[in-house]
Design a protein around this ligand. Sequence first.
Ligand code: FPP
Length: 231
Amino acid sequence: MSDEIIKKIPSHVGIIMDGNGRWATMRGKKRTFGHGAGSKNVDRIVTYAFSKGVKVLSLYAFSSENWSRPKEEVDELMRLLRLYFTKFIKKVVKNKVRLVVMGDLSALDNDLRKIIEEDMEKSKIYTERVLNVGINYGGRAEIVRAVNRLIEKGEKVTEQSISQNLYTADFGEPDLIIRTGGEIRLSNFMLYQGAYSELYFTPTLWPDFDEAEFDKAIESFAERNRRYGGI
Ligand code: FPP
C-alpha cells in the first residue's frame, strides 16, 4: 500500500465475509472446513487493517438468518467464535483493541455469551481501535431495537437519536463496506449506518481475501469522491 493511499485509509471499514462454504466445496471438503479457514483469515485481516491505520473494523460473523443452516454448521461457527473470543480475552491488554459485539446475544449459549461479555467489559477502556463483530445480528432488527429503546425512554425519534441507540453509537458509520464472495447485496448488514458508505464487491472468497486483496479495496476507496448528496 503506497504512502498516498495510507493517507486516505478509511477510518471505519465493514466487511461481509462471504464464500467460506464455496471455498471448501471447491476443494472437495465439508463447508465447516471453509469456516475454519475463514476464521484464520479473520486474524490475518484484523491484524493487517489495524496495522494500516483502520480505527474501527466491523465484521459480519453470524446473521440472525444463519440459524437456519444445518446444525453441524451452526455448531462449528459457534465453536470458532468461542475459540476466537477466548483468545481475544487473553490478548486484550497486549492488543489494546476494544471489542463490541452487535446483535442479540440472548440466543447464544450461556458460556459463549459470558466470554463475549467479559471481553467487552475488559476492553472497554481502549478507545483507539474497535473490533465490532455482528453475531445474531440483523440491520432491520437493530433499527427496531433503537426505536423501541427511544419509546421506552420517552425520547423523541430523530435521525440522530436513532444513531445514538444503535450498537455502533460510540463509533459511528463505516466509510467503506466490503463484501467478498461475489454477491452484490448488503444482506441486512449495517443498514442504517451504511446510508453513505462506499461499497466494494469482490468475487474473491473470504478465505482467499488476503492483504493484497484488502489493499485493492482500499485503493478503490481512495479513488472515490464522497459527496454525501452534495456536488
Ligand atoms: C459466509 O460464508 C460466512 C459466514 C456465514 C460466517 C462467517 C464466519 C467466519 C469467517 C468465521 C468465524 C468468525 C469469527 C469472527 C472468528 P458462507 O458459508 O455463506 O459461504 P457460501 O456463500 O460459499 O456458502
